[in-house]
Design a protein around this ligand. Sequence first.
Ligand code: 5AD
Ligand code: SF4
Length: 471
Amino acid sequence: MTPPRKLHIKSYGCQMNVYDAQRMVDTLAGEGFVETGSVDDADLVILNTCHIREKASEKVYSELGRLRAVKEEAARNGRQMSIAVAGCVAQAEGSEIVARAPVVDVVVGPQSYHHLPELLARAAKDGRAIETEFPVRDKFEFLPQPKPDAIRARGISSFVTVQEGCDKFCTFCVVPYTRGAEVSRPAVKIVDDVERLADHGVREITLIGQNVNAYHGEGPDGRTWSLGTLLRRLADVPGIVRLRYSTSHPRDVDETLIQAHRDLAALMPFVHLPVQSGSDRILAAMNRRHTADDYRRVIDRFRAVRQDIAFSSDFIVGFPGETEGDFRATLALVTQIGYAGAYSFKYSPRPGTPAADMQETVPAADMDERLVRLQELIDSQQSAFNKALIGSTVDVLFERAARNPGQIVGRTAYLQPAHVMAPEEIIGQVLPVRIESLARYSLLGELAAVPQCRPASSAQMTDSSVTRMGA
Ligand code: 5AD
Ligand code: SF4
């Protein structure tokens, strides 16, 4: 029997890449590959890349520089190592990658991962293989399902892709070019995936998509299902105790989604809703198709049905033409909404996007200064949000043994890590925890209920109330 070949995947960027990396592992498992944590003994290294900002893109080339040395060392030892570049840089830059980094054997865009075995064979024969097509057929049709032991090894929380691509064309964003037009998977396929995951121990599902709430897949009843309708169906899958979704666009929040938050206990009251800027002038230049007030109204609709709901967001500072006044409108919006956390980035011009041609660039020093001010405000909101939990009792879904012996770590509804001393049997259960202290971003507490002496597969939601706070 030939020994298994070793595969090392390094993923950058978003949750979609984490999910795609698992699909690549599943695909290559069929070819006799097993995962390794190190590049040194790998027969195949895949860089699953991100193109969203310049820094993310450039990381690929520095990593390829390092890998060249590893590949040469392997060759000196009589071992052949292949290098593949996947993800959005592969899609956007295609053959330019091999021109800049001849060490690369395979370039594969996000729609072609099911062709990986064939591309590797082609590269072995011809020296190189590149595929960055946007096929019309659903790539999910061709990607193998993960094996039960792979599902179990990945833990109790899983991502499931429900849609890919984006039709919004925000002027700063590469996604519509790298991931293509928006495509939704049929609901039955998603329900099948979730049932299968639940059967093998998964308790929490995060539905992912570049614009997840634009989901409009074909339902089993022949109608078009919205994200809210899909969530309602998935809440009925036995074993699934928590549902989340990411990332949403404010324009695509419809009434079915609001009602899902009103009605579904499993749907976590934590929504990532990027706004990017608080200035209407900048929002228009970004082609966001909403104003700051539209966004406030969307937030109000969520809050009207779930008082305990909290929000996170994404912000860009220094978009072309952004004045101090525009930036202050962003600070004002953040102050008014009150976030549980948020990501903020300096604007980075991306080749091929409309904003890259805008002339009124903001000086780097102003961008730096605005980023610091915004992050200070967001950090203060986040730490107030976390501190407010101390002394309260919250539901935690336990995920795994922590590094400290005897400790188990899980997450609150708001994704804060929470640690308790408890037996491992609680993994997979949702239990109330009395929060005693906060260490950086982690909560420390004590179980407030006796764990169920049942296998993790019978975990259920408790009805203990999560402490609600106006974020
Ligand atoms: N420059 C800076 N940030 C960007 N983002 C997307 N494109 C750019 C860009 N060109 C940010 C947005 C988005 C998040 C995923 O990345 O805030 O919501
Ligand atoms: Fe990019 Fe999101 Fe805008 Fe789509 S909605 S173009 S993914 S920022």
